[in-house]
Design a binder for this molecule. Structure first.
Ligand code: HEM
Length: 399
């Protein structure tokens, strides 16, 4: 690791701070387009004070996500650059490289295979219908619908009691914080989450096998600590993303009602619309971090071994080199090779599950509430300043 990559404040201050000051809004900061055109690889300073490279063009983002010379294990090595307040847990899928990553991924790839996940679709559909009932008088779509759906799905698949959701939600909220002043609370939150899941895993080991994913993992050679880190990662990755996306998707469709009305009239477009909404709606105003294992040329610069590189999926998905009219929401866009679910060995494990949740969520809401509208102008709504971002609330009325 070079000192310049990690030392807080060690800059001549024309270095951009990330997230940008105009992040956390519906439309992407204009800085993304400027960087794509003028400086496709640029040094930025993270909130934790680390200096890292940022790449913004589609091809470069794809390369950094998928090329084994850019390591995820390096992100948790001692002295590694940090993006936010919390340190990612070592030994999980997102923090290991092949061959360790391949070994871990094999343990769960069966449980999340498209065939097994597709079998859950009727049950997910039923949950969507049930939760949609809760909006009959209007309310906050995030709290009433978008959060409970993926939480209930991932809890059931993993074997985590749904009744415990209040406890782990509070910890998860803090664990993604970008407020450096909250460091001690964030660390306490992560410790609480590990302790909670640790207790759960110990109980499951004693109780013997049933048929959920944690029970399957208990039967593998994973140590207790490995299993707990793995489970925390699945629990968090398995709901925070989908919940934010459901809320943002509905808000985006209602922001220009013609999109909502088109899907009401043509519900068969929902699968293509979900892909387009994934491309259009960025989940993070930061980027996916990797650490170079050797010197690598990318976007016209040489990234030195040990330096951090952030790949902005949100920016890649708006790159005119990859998508004609990238700032238009085109519900029938094809082809649509967006990077919202990543690329390469770390491609989203829950991709198929996410697609089912998003499609069924939209279908249920379109069917039940064709006249749905926001209770307040969506441009006035607040975005959460966290690593995996989305709207803080989406108050809606049925018509
Ligand atoms: C709309 C919803 C979702 C989005 C947009 C999303 C996005 C992503 C992205 C971009 C990555 C790759 C990150 C990187 O390469 O650095 C990823 C990885 C991952 N996702 Fe998702 N995800 C979603 C839902 C889910 C769900 C429902 C699960 C449930 C199991 C899940 C589990 C994971 C896991 C475990 C990884 C790490 C995979 C690995 O490193 O091998 N995700 N996700």
């Amino acid at each position: 690791m070079t000192d310049s990559a990690t030392t807080p404040g060690n800059t001549t201050d024309d270095v951009l701070d990330i997230p940008f000051p105009d992040a956390f809004a519906f439309d992407p900061s204009p800085t993304w387009a400027r960087l794509r055109e003028e400086a496709p690889a640029v040094r930025v300073r993270t909130l934790a004070g680390a200096l890292v490279w940022l790449v913004t063009r589609y091809d470069d983002v794809r390369l950094v996500l998928a090329d084994p010379r850019f390591s995820r294990a390096g992100v948790v090595a001692p002295g590694a650059p940090r993006v936010g307040v919390s340190r990612p847990l070592p030994g999980t899928l997102p923090t290991t490289d092949p061959p360790e990553h391949t070994r871990l991924r094999r343990l769960v790839s069966g449980a999340f295979s498209p065939r097994r996940v597709e079998a859950t679709r009727p049950w997910v559909r039923g949950l969507c219908e049930e939760l949609a009932d809760g909006l009959a008088e209007g309310g906050d779509l995030r709290q009433v619908f978008a959060l409970p759906l993926p939480i209930q799905v991932i809890c059931t698949l993993l074997g985590v009691p749904y009744a415990d959701r209040e406890r782990f939600r509070e910890w998860v909220e803090l664990a993604y914080s970008l407020e450096v002043s909250e460091r001690s609370r964030v660390e306490a939150a992560m410790a609480g989450l590990l302790e909670y899941v640790g207790g759960l895993v110990a109980r499951k080991r004693r109780a013997g096998r049933s048929d959920d994913v944690l029970d399957e993992l208990c039967a593998t050679p994973l140590t207790h600590d490995e299993l707990v880190a793995f489970a925390v990662n699945l629990l968090v990755a398995g709901h925070e993303t989908s919940a934010n996306q459901i809320t943002s998707f509905v808000a985006t469709l209602l922001r220009d009602r013609r999109h909502w009305e088109r899907l009401v009239a043509e519900p068969g477009l929902v699968p293509a619309a979900v892909e387009e909404l994934m491309r259009f709606t960025r989940l993070s105003d930061v980027g996916q971090l990797r650490v170079a294992l050797e010197d690598v040329e990318v976007a016209g610069v040489v990234v030195r071994a040990g330096e951090g590189v952030m790949a902005s999926i949100g920016s890649a998905n708006r790159d005119p080199r990859a998508f004609p009219e990238p700032d238009e929401l085109d519900l029938t866009r094809a082809p649509n090779q967006h990077l919202a679910l990543g690329a390469g060995p770390h491609f989203c494990l829950g991709a198929q599950l996410a697609r089912i949740e998003l499609q069924e969520a939209l279908w249920a809401l379109l069917r039940r509430y064709p006249g749905l509208r926001p209770a307040r102008p969506v441009d006035e709504l607040v975005w959460r300043r966290v690593l995996v971002s989305g709207l803080a609330e989406l108050p809606v009325v049925p018509e």
